[in-house]
Design a protein around this ligand. Structure first.
Ligand code: GAL
Length: 740
């Protein structure tokens, strides 16, 4: 939870998600004080000596750079009675406060109107709720409101670490209209065999009043801009009820769906648009296909756990020859276990068969210094569960990873992020999990039994970014604990360690905590992948490998918007030289599927085009692939994105050469990745807002005639013996090819 987000993102979030009604009053400035005093909520309190602060930007950017803890905002605002008079419904006044880092309690002229999160003194302790949007309401006839006079909105805020205050949006006051209660939810989409898709959409009434209006939808072909179908229907929604609508349209790329609900009394319209999801990856073959990169890095003498990822109709029968001494395998599960042999390269012959056929591959076990010879692939709890992660959720994710066939494609690590730690250590200093994780060792064993790896999270600071216990002063002890629990992966996140380096701008100050943990991990006879997370400070890509890092975050936290994806993904232009087998640039986790950081879980805000771009770009970048969604609710579209063996093979290519941007031509970018077999993977990206035509002359990427151009998403050869390729690319979309 780094919580310092790009300005661009703040602006779009503010506008897209929270447009105010016609008449509104901006809440742009407040009186501000750090500290905490219950008297500060009172209307009569004299705050003339308090400083002014801008409401909507974190206080760290406004002169309180190192402050964490309590603070109060007192917003003085005259609320014109015209607001009420001009409102059609006239029911309630809304106070929109955007997001708050991390907890708030809000008073309107001394009256409590809302609270989100929990303060440290609350029962159960501190709970950050920064991702939640604060929309508090007060009845328009409440005597607490002083129309045409000054009102005081007093907000008690607690910042548990990272940034603090009201942020990520422009707060305001307005009157609610009935149409504000309308909620569109895309419940499901089905892809029918006859090239048709069916979308189910519900329109919900979230208010306790009847809402009457008209629902209009339009299905548009984005390429030709022609309307395929449209219809207007009467919609009468009783209080808190919803209505489901079913829309059918062609199953292909380029279909845009527009939804509008116009409320009768106010005439106001709520709109919503989406690009219809479409599947590009063909159905997998029922014959066995080994989807492994074919290399495995282990440390001599360490325990080995490796499941041979294979798709195809079950049951599969595995056969392995030339396994080095100390290792054995299970012919039913394809899981190799045992102790890593002495240093050297071992060529193991793997064969997997079922009643329909068989597949064979050489697996090279490289026993030596390096782990993660290809980028790690797995799941991490953060983008979905945030601090609400629990043993149960982790087990469900593991189950889904296996049941939904993701393990067949190489997804194999289940990583618990922040939020697992108990509030204090044992008397001997040992770290223990909180009540949400009854037994960490048992969890590790449970994962290992299925051939899955177990990842954990800590910080070199006293506190993690979420305010949980970090490893400061206990690094050796914690590494030992991870060993005991069977941990295979540690994400080590800078967070509050920045307090230790305050004022020290040297490179060594940044490296030190990572050296300390590196040395402690090296003492454990266990292969623990080391994930360095410090957001790219001091060009970590240049020295991450010296820390024995297997991956290092190159940027701030990602979130599920195009601005974030664009800002992070397309800026990875200066670090390619530093990535390779054993150490990878990490542009952060995937934002596909149902995400939400523990709050308001929702289907990713990326369009389907952007999602194809995301997977293609991350694969070109040799990025670690960590799914960040609710695995239990994985939908067909997302699974289709995550189970394309040819796309994954680009990410997992054994040469480990990160793609470079070769063309940056207005809205078009071409990224090229050199592959181990001599061929190249290319992504032609359209960063514009409209469908775009593009012809790529292979000279421009230093290639002549190409024997085969293969479309990786469709797993289909699209041209032979050509010197150029022409394509039409959707907005924010990609054409992802292999040139052979
Ligand atoms: C952030 C980190 C996130 C997540 C979070 C946990 O600093 O970048 O990926 O781990 O902390 O609090």
């Amino acid at each position: 939870m780094k919580k310092i987000l790009s300005l661009l993102w703040l602006i779009t979030m503010g506008i897209a998600a929270h447009a105010q009604n016609g008449n509104f009053v901006k809440l742009s400035t407040a009186k501000f004080s750090t500290g905490n005093d219950a008297a500060w909520k009172e209307t009569g309190f004299n705050d003339t000596n308090w400083k002014n602060i801008k409401v909507g930007d974190v206080w760290q950017e406004q002169g309180y750079s190192d402050y964490h803890g309590f603070a109060w905002y007192r917003i003085h605002v005259v609320i014109p009675s015209a607001l009420k008079k001009q409102s059609v419904w006239g029911d309630s006044l809304r106070v929109f406060l955007a997001h708050v880092n991390d907890v708030d309690e809000t008073y309107f002229n001394g009256k409590l109107i809302g609270k989100t999160g929990a303060f440290p003194e609350d029962r159960g302790g501190y709970v950050s709720k920064w991702p939640a949007v604060r929309n508090y309401c007060i009845a328009a006839n409440d005597p607490a409101i002083k129309w045409d006079q000054e009102n005081i909105i007093a907000i008690k805020v607690y910042d548990g670490g990272g940034s603090g205050g009201i942020f990520m949006g422009a707060p305001y006051i307005d009157m609610l209209e009935k149409f504000d209660g309308i909620v569109f939810t895309q419940t499901e989409i089905s892809f029918l065999p006859n090239a048709q898709s069916v979308r189910k959409l519900t329109i919900g009434n979230s208010f306790k009043t009847n809402i009457t209006g008209k629902f209009h939808y339009r299905i548009l072909d984005e390429v030709t801009q022609k309307t395929i179908a449209e219809k207007t229907l009467n919609a009468n929604l009783p209080p808190l009820r919803k209505e489901t609508y079913t829309l059918a349209f062609p199953h292909r790329e380029g279909i845009k769906l527009y939804y509008e609900f116009t409320e009768t009394a106010s005439g106001k319209t709520k709109t919503f648009a989406e690009i219809a999801p479409y599947l590009l990856t063909p159905k997998a073959s029922l014959k066995p296909m080994i989807n492994s990169a074919g290399v495995l890095g282990v440390h001599p003498g360490s325990p080995v756990l490796y499941k041979i990822p294979t798709s195809g109709q079950k049951p599969l029968k595995y056969m392995v020859k030339n396994l080095p001494q100390g290792l054995s395998f299970d012919p039913k599960t394809g899981i190799i276990t045992g102790t890593a042999p002495k240093a050297g390269n071992y060529l193991v012959f793997v064969s997997v068969s079922n009643t329909l056929g068989k597949d064979e591959k050489i697996l090279t076990i490289k026993s030596g210094k390096l782990l993660a010879l290809t980028p790690p692939m797995g799941w991490n709890s953060w983008n979905c569960w945030g601090l609400n992660v629990s043993d149960e959720k982790v087990r469900l994710s593991a189950k889904a990873m296996v049941d939904k066939g993701l393990t067949d494609y190489g997804w194999n690590s289940i990583n618990v992020d922040d939020g697992w730690q108990a509030p204090s250590r044992q008397s001997n200093g040992e770290i223990v999990p909180n009540e949400k994780f009854p037994d960490m060792k048992a969890l590790g064993t449970h994962l290992h039994q299925q051939g899955l790896k177990f990842g954990i999270y800590s910080s070199p600071g006293a506190k993690t970014c979420g305010g949980y216990l970090g490893s400061l002063g206990h690094e050796g002890q914690d590494a030992g604990t991870y060993f005991n629990w069977g941990v295979d992966y540690l994400k080590y996140d800078l967070c509050s360690y920045s307090d230790q380096t305050a004022g020290d701008t040297t490179l060594f100050a940044q490296q030190k905590p990572y050296i300390v943990m590196r040395n402690e991990l090296a003492k454990q006879q266990r292969d623990i992948v080391y994930s360095i997370c410090q957001y790219g400070i001091k060009d970590v890509w240049k020295w991450g490998a010296q820390m024995n890092g297997n991956l290092w975050r190159t940027t701030e936290d990602i979130t599920d918007t195009w601005e974030s994806l664009y800002g992070i993904g397309f800026s990875q232009t200066n670090n390619a030289a530093y990535a390779g087998p054993g150490g990878w640039n990490d542009p952060d986790m995937l934002i596909l599927g149902r995400v939400g950081w523990g709050e308001n879980l929702h289907q990713t805000n990326l369009t389907p085009y952007e999602q194809y771009t995301h997977m293609s770009l991350w694969s070109l970048l040799s990025a670690p692939l960590l799914i960040g969604c609710d695995m239990d609710k994985l939908d067909e579209f997302t699974l289709n994105l995550l189970k394309n063996r040819e796309v994954i093979a680009i990410d997992q290519d054994v040469a480990g050469k990160q793609a470079v941007r070769v063309i940056n031509d207005k809205q078009i970018q071409v990224w090229v990745k050199q592959l181990a077999d001599g061929s190249k993977a290319i992504g032609i990206f359209n960063l514009g807002e409209k469908y775009s035509k593009y012809t790529l002359d292979f000279n421009k990427i230093h290639m002549g005639k190409v024997k085969i151009v293969r479309d990786l998403w469709q797993q289909k050869d699209i041209a032979k013996n050509v010197a150029a390729v022409s394509c039409i690319i959707p907005p924010h979309g990609v054409r992802f090819y292999k040139l052979m």
